[in-house]
Design a protein around this ligand. Structure first.
Ligand code: FA5
Length: 317
């Protein structure tokens, strides 16, 4: 007889059951002997055979439970009162969420959304933006060129040109999207990042509109306590030009001015390049770094965290 404690799997256990407790098993065979015995022997033998049967059945059940049982008992072993194992559902990346949030804020301020191609020509990335051929920004090493005149766009300002080429003024538009630069990667720089372009062209648009629109946006996105300031700067496609800084309040109570992006009044040369009458129309434009903004808002210390696709990081947002 195979010792029950040596049985380690369900198949062998079943074979054991058939051999000893089955229809043609040993216990049953012993029972068939009963009719050959005298009534007295039958009573004693019957009692003994029953005891053996009960002992074997109990041992079998015990072993079955120890081995985890068959399908049926495994199903019964599930505690239906425990909370279920939840399925983890994915969601949009925090950059996509931010773009949607920003788009909504500007929609409330009367701006529509435009998108442009990520593979661009020199006209849209440079020429029409008043960036001359010998400008440093056009250097081979400062851009991802595909051919000498086709490149991955280095700024969303390309969409200013595409929008103005496609419609007469007035223009009130934002354009979020990816841009590419061979910058050295560090905590605040990536070779691929997102910018938010803004463009407002109409009769009588002034720097005061730029300041109030940017300030309103920052208060809507970061909170009403946020202040903005403009620092003089230079961009070939705006005159005058400025950098926008935002006064950021840290959790410990301290504050710091942080740069969000560039802006200025659209240079008359840009308006002329798209056939707008620069004597009649004026406009403002800005280009803000989307990662820089959301890193401030969510206190993210390193831009690389946004692109590593680590779910443990991304599921917080
Ligand atoms: C521009 O790209 C201009 N086109 C902005 C502009 C638009 C000015 C319209 C005037 C009118 P700049 O190179 O400074 O400017 O980039 C703008 C913002 O993009 C920066 O302030 C920063 O927030 C972000 N940025 C720039 N380089 C990187 C990078 N490598 N990684 C992440 N963010 C970056």
């Amino acid at each position: 007889m195979e010792a029950l404690h040596l049985v380690v799997d369900a198949d062998t256990l079943e074979k054991w059951r058939i051999r000893y407790l089955g229809m043609k098993g040993a216990v049953r065979a012993a029972m068939t002997l009963l009719k050959e015995l005298s009534p007295e022997q039958r009573r004693d033998f019957g009692r003994l055979a029953n005891e053996v049967k009960n002992t074997l059945t109990a041992a079998y059940e015990r072993r079955k439970a120890e081995l985890g049982g068959g399908e049926e008992s495994r199903r019964l072993a599930v505690d239906v009162t425990l909370p279920g194992a939840g399925l983890r559902i994915g969601h949009r990346h925090v950059i996509t969420q931010t773009i949607e949030e920003i788009t909504e804020i500007f929609a409330r301020m009367g701006f529509s959304v435009a998108y442009g191609p990520e593979v661009e020509d020199e006209r849209h990335n440079f020429e029409a933006l008043n960036i001359p051929p010998d400008h440093l920004a056009r250097d081979e090493l400062a851009n991802f060129y595909i051919t000498p005149s086709v490149m991955l766009r280095s700024q969303t300002s390309t969409v200013q040109i595409r929008v103005m080429e496609s419609q007469p003024p007035p223009v009130r538009v934002i354009s979020p999207g990816r841009v590419y630069r061979p910058d050295t990667v560090d905590a605040t720089h990536s070779y691929m990042f997102h910018q938010l372009e803004g463009l407002y062209v109409d009769e009588g648009v002034t720097m005061a509109d730029l300041k109030s629109d940017v300030d309103q946006f920052c208060k809507a996105y970061f909170g009403p306590e946020v202040a903005t300031r403009f620092r003089p700067s230079f961009f070939p496609f705006t005159e005058p030009s400025a950098e926008v800084d935002m006064l950021f309040h840290y959790a410990d109570g301290s504050t710091a001015w942080l740069e969000l992006g560039g802006c200025g009044m659209v240079d008359p040369n840009v308006l002329e390049a798209v056939g707008y009458d620069s004597e009649r129309y004026t406009g403002w434009a800005f280009g803000l770094g989307i990662e820089r903004m959301l890193m401030r808002k969510y206190n993210i210390p390193d831009i690389r965290l946004l692109f590593e696709n680590d779910v443990r990081f991304l599921r917080q947002f």
